[in-house]
Design a binder for this molecule. Sequence first.
Ligand SMILES: [Zn+2]
Length: 180
Amino acid sequence: MTLTVELIPLNCLRCDLPIPAEVEEVAWICRNCGASMTLTEVGELIPCEIFFAADLSPRQKGKPFWVAEGKVKLMRESYTAIGKSDREAEAFWSRPRLFFVPAYQCELQEMLAVGIHLLTNPPSLVRGPSTDFLPVTHSAADFRPFAEFLVIALEAARKDKVKTVHFELELQPPVLWILP
Ligand SMILES: [Zn+2]
């Protein structure tokens, strides 16, 4: 059996030098000119701004996250009459929330734990200087399904017997942030 790994040569959109892209990587900063870019779902290279958090340590690689504001319209039904959890849910989703989806390689369990933590405890996004960061292996195309998964996971974790959760999620286009 022969395994063939197809490597598509990528060249920087600005300076045209080759990007040393590893398999599975989907976003880069050109080491030559500093331009940042990402691959779309259909394999097209497009410019993509990368934001760096102000509290990144220069000694540690930052972690890339796709971040977008989302408005959730929730229709939640539990086995009890309208209870504490329903009111909690209503209060939580009464305003837009920031969704953070890990863009680096990690287990689904960690993605979920980190995603829930940041959804419920969002860090303030203040921009700082650029640092080195972990490879970006999840594209923005993964954002919506994972954000929807987070809504369901969060609602299922509330302390009641939730029967059904229906929701509409209105998302802004995700942007790439490098966080500690
Ligand atoms: Zn370049």
